[in-house]
Design a protein around this ligand. Structure first.
Ligand SMILES: O=c1ccn([C@@H]2O[C@H](COP(=O)(O)O)[C@@H](O)[C@H]2O)c(=O)[nH]1
Length: 240
């Protein structure tokens, strides 16, 4: 875990995915959370419905926002999209590594002239995908091999890190710089349903494997007391 991201420093490694169909529900959940303990993630469903205004509202509540739109397009289009995200003042934004090196470099270059650019990370292999899903696409390499390859490419392109499963977080220490971020969705508490996820890991095991950030949606937002789940997750990953 990064020194600056230790729980209690105001820079928690925990990111709560606000996957809601309407902004009111997302804001109601955000108000039950403490921006000193978590950041929030706005993804495709919520952003398509509520747009930049909702991001601004979450920022007004004190939250750092991960804009999880996973841009995947030609370099010029993606560069414009990440620049728009930078102008929204988000904390983190992402692209798909499979968009290729030219696309990732264009995204990185688009952020260079911002004083406080968002962190830029690239999605490697979605945590909802297992080997059989890759095989359907004609990809015979394992998820771990694909993640390793795409993470190395991402690091070469000068991005801040990747989105991967915590199953692969450990192997990236061999092939990426030490400060390279490993943002890991597919986090489940013991006993939780995996739902549509295929590569799932518990919070403690994810941190032990080298995850820098944990993305948790349904395990927190579906709980009767989301703030209590946040507290227990942070306690479970505390150092010492
Ligand atoms: O590979 C990926 C990339 C992004 N996600 C996103 O993370 C959350 C996970 O939600 P859960 O409810 O904890 O499963 C969700 O917003 C996804 O869009 C991911 O799961 N995997």
């Amino acid at each position: 875990m990064l020194e600056t991201d230790l729980p209690g420093t105001g820079q928690s490694p925990l990111i709560v995915a606000l996957d809601y169909p309407e902004p009111d529900a997302a804001l109601a959940m955000a108000r039950r959370l403490d921006p000193r303990l978590v950041r929030v993630k706005v993804g495709k469903q919520l952003f398509t419905r509520a747009g930049p205004a909702l991001v601004t509202q979450l920022q007004s509540l004190g939250f750092g926002v991960f804009l999880d739109l996973k841009f995947h397009d030609i370099p010029n289009t993606v560069a414009g999209a990440v620049a728009a995200a930078a102008e929204l003042g988000v904390w983190m934004v992402n692209v798909h590594a499979s968009g290729g090196a030219r696309m990732m470099r264009a995204a990185r270059d688009a952020l260079t002239h911002y004083q406080h650019p968002p962190l830029l990370v690239a999605v490697t292999v979605l945590t909802s995908m297992g080997p059989e899903d890759l095989a359907e696409l004609g990809i015979t390499r394992s998820p771990a091999d694909c993640v390793r390859h795409l993470a190395q490419l991402t690091a070469t392109c000068g991005l801040d890190g990747v989105v991967c499963s915590a199953e692969e977080a450990g192997l990236l220490s061999e092939c990426t710089p030490p400060e390279f971020l490993r943002v890991t969705p597919g986090i489940r508490l013991p006993g939780d349903d995996a739902d549509d996820q295929r590569r799932v890991v518990s919070p403690r095991n994810a941190i032990d494997a080298g995850a820098s950030h944990l993305v948790m949606g349904r395990s927190i937002t579906g709980a009767r007391d989301p703030a209590q789940v946040v507290d227990s997750v942070l306690a479970s990953i505390a150092i010492g």
